[in-house]
Write a protein that binds this ligand. Structure first.
Ligand code: PMP
Length: 384
């Protein structure tokens, strides 16, 4: 049977071939559907079928844990073939997407300070992924408080404990951020959601105290909700484990089985198939978008320097997940509204704590969505 496609907002009809002329290009969400054609090609080898009796227990039988050891092995292998993270002598824990692990990490690193009973200040460098603040505020705790911009806090001291979110590559601007805070009272949570050959060169394996990854932007299965953390310190690992156990008793076993099957396909040829596909798709999208934007005096894009990638063994041009667009004209203060009037929906810069003259455009969605984005941009810029 042919898969049934869901039409995006600009197409209708039984095979989604009817174009609706007045519709807007939606580049708002980070839904990674650019990988859908890859999985259509690998439909049979990536499929799973689960018998009714399978994996009914709370636990995996041999290990008294909520974690599949076979999946953990695949994850370690994945890091070793991509060369993006050190996992030897590190603990690994699973979460319902990286979203669950981000707060588990804040909890674990802040309760580390509990002996001195001070509240940890949670910070990040602007522009940053809004969920860090939304989640930290929402799960309000006596142990931690979101305080905004990392740079304002200088170095941590015994009475100012800091937990810094570091996103590398960064969402929204694709930069390989590093922690700005140093010292024994500053801890970092490295969010490596986009640290895969699709989106960025891999200069060397990351070797941070606490690193978080997700399949959402690796295989594109954002809906499966599977992420993992790689942790150096056993006490931090134990606190994150307690959080996950009390919160959900681990990740759904069906989800772990699906992640296992997907990673099996990813690893089949040392990752070449998926990373070549992902990188070539994102690189081409960036080239096409840059070409159009370069014709405009009104908009500019972030600059990302080409860098040597140890995975592809070559210097590679940029292939970021998002365009971080700036409206250059003095009077264009609200870039989101300007693009919206041109039938382009992005995500407002303000949501990332940046000025309103920035907008994030997602380059991760389906080819139809991306083509329409180019079409609307071309239409607007050609009238300049
Ligand atoms: N971190 C960053 C930087 C992200 O952009 C996202 C998703 N947009 C996440 C974490 C959350 O991903 P997940 O689907 O694994 O919860």
């Amino acid at each position: 049977n042919q898969p049934v496609c869901e039409c995006n907002s600009c197409f209708s009809g039984p095979d989604c071939s009817l174009f609706l002329p007045g519709c807007a290009a939606d580049a708002e969400s980070g839904d990674p559907l650019f990988l859908e054609p890859f999985w259509m090609k690998h439909a049979a080898s990536s499929a799973i079928l689960i018998a009714g009796w399978h994996r009914m227990s709370y636990r995996f039988t041999r290990a008294s844990s909520f974690i599949s050891q076979e999946l953990e092995k695949k994850i370690r292998k994945l890091h070793s073939i991509t060369g993006n993270a050190v996992t030897e002598n590190r603990f690994i824990i699973f979460g319902a997407g990286s979203t669950q692990l981000l707060n588990a990490a804040v909890h674990a690193l802040s309760s580390d300070y509990n002996s001195s009973s001070s509240t940890a200040r949670v910070v990040a460098s602007m522009p940053f992924y809004p969920l860090y603040q939304e989640q930290t505020d929402y799960f309000e705790s006596v142990d931690y408080k979101f305080e905004g911009e990392a740079n304002l806090w200088g170095n941590a001291s015994s009475d100012t404990h800091l937990v810094e979110f570091v996103t590398a590559p960064n969402n929204p601007d694709g930069q390989m951020n590093k922690a700005v805070l140093k010292g024994p009272y500053a801890k970092s949570i490295y969010d490596h959601a986009y640290f895969w050959p699709h989106f960025a060169p891999i200069p060397a394996p990351a070797d941070e105290e606490l690193m978080i990854f997700t399949i959402s932007k690796l295989t594109g299965h954002a809906g499966s909700r599977f992420g993992w953390a790689v942790i150096k310190d056993e006490a931090v690992y134990q606190r994150m484990l307690a959080y996950i156990s009390l919160n959900t008793m681990g990740v759904s076993r069906e989800c772990q089985l699906r992640a296992f099957k997907l990673l099996k396909v990813v690893l089949e040829d040392g990752g070449n198939n998926i990373f070549e596909f992902g990188y070539n798709t994102m690189k081409k999208r960036w080239e096409n978008l840059s070409k159009i934007i370069s014709l405009s005096s009104r908009f500019s894009l972030q600059e990302i320097a080409p860098q040597y990638c140890t995975y592809f063994k070559k210097i590679r041009p940029p292939s970021p997940a998002y365009a971080w667009v700036k409206c250059e004209r003095e009077e264009d203060k609200d870039c989101y509204e300007i693009l919206k009037a041109a039938k382009i929906i992005g995500r407002e810069g303000k949501k990332f704590r940046a000025e309103a003259r920035f907008v994030r455009l997602s380059l991760l969605k389906s080819q139809d969505d991306f083509d329409l984005l180019l079409h609307r941009l071309d239409e607007f810029i050609s009238k300049e």
